[in-house]
Unconditional design. Structure first.
Length: 306
């Protein structure tokens, strides 16, 4: 059993993302004088667009002429780990990635004590916190994301390594003026992050062993008259049904914590050491039983938004 933790996400704006090795644009910036062909791509601000018709001087952001000239492709690689919304739609399955390493620094501008990364492909993640004028870090932690599988010398040297894909760091010093540097390393491969969430953590009870995991696939399957099957691959979302116990006087506080998080991305942690109990998403259902002998139990169902 472990504390059930929720971390509401802090919005990461260009002001807060003070440095990143990922490029500031994925494509050329849109130009009012360039003639665009179908399929051309441009970047405006932090959003990518694809031309749907041949045209000149139709602004991807402000143009309302029918038929539409541009398709909103979503956030650029640099910001995809922080925001996946295209209007009211979340782009499931997208991620930020780069060869070998992603190195970025965030200046939250307020106190935070937690950081989570979900959908990670890396051999290690290093988190360093510094304060202006102080060269000595107030926090410096290297977290290993891979390890040998099995026991014995043969498994150690020849078996496929097991890896963690989710990470929660819940012990950051709550300094109000700190910079947080995160280095995601995958030497010889592609470093990748599905979502990164920073914020102030809140305990909402104790997660217990009846917690269950699931995955919902949105691939469509059509059976033909001759028995053949046509499958069209779509995205998938993970789900965790947390079983949580709390003292009766914590119920109102838990409700006040969770109510504002409806339809927003937050980090949920059932157990920091069990990466499969860490998810970035929104909660679908909350079912709390009335306290008995000053203890209440509840089920919290959270679906992934990455």
């Amino acid at each position: 059993m472990s504390q059930m933790i929720v971390v509401p996400g802090l919005e990461i704006t260009p002001t807060r993302l003070i440095s990143s090795t990922l490029p500031i644009a994925d494509y050329d910036v849109w130009s009012s004088t360039k003639a665009y062909a179908i399929g051309d791509k441009v970047t405006v601000g932090q959003i990518n667009y694809e031309a749907l018709v041949a045209h000149t001087n139709r602004n991807p952001v402000s143009d309302t002429t029918t038929p539409a000239a541009w398709l909103n492709l979503g956030w650029i690689n640099r910001y995809r780990m922080f925001n996946k919304q295209i209007g009211n739609t979340w782009a499931i399955g997208s991620f930020s990635g780069a060869a070998n390493e992603i190195d970025l620094t965030i200046r939250p501008g307020q106190r935070i004590n937690s950081l989570g990364l979900v959908g990670v492909f890396a051999s290690s993640v290093r988190v360093v916190m510094t304060q202006p004028g102080n060269p000595v870090p107030i926090y410096d932690q290297m977290l290993v994301m891979t390890a040998p599988s099995g026991r014995g010398w043969y498994q150690h040297f020849f078996a496929r390594f097991k890896s963690r894909e989710n990470l929660a760091v819940l012990d950051l010093p709550p300094a109000s003026n700190a910079d947080i540097r995160v280095i995601i390393s995958a030497p010889g491969g592609t470093a990748r992050v599905g979502m990164m969430i920073l914020g102030w953590s809140k305990a909402i009870g104790t997660a217990v062993y009846d917690t269950s995991l699931g995955r919902k696939s949105y691939t469509t399957v059509k059976e033909e008259f001759d028995g053949s099957v046509t499958m069209t691959k779509h995205g998938a979302r993970r789900q965790i049904n947390y079983q949580v116990v709390m003292e009766g006087d914590q119920v109102t506080d838990a409700l006040q914590t969770l109510d504002p998080l409806d339809a927003t991305a937050s980090l949920y942690v059932g157990a920091e050491e069990l990466d499969y109990t860490i998810i970035a998403g929104t909660y679908d259902d909350l079912d709390i039983g009335l306290p008995t002998y000053n203890f209440a139990t509840y089920t919290l169902s959270v679906r992934s938004l990455m």
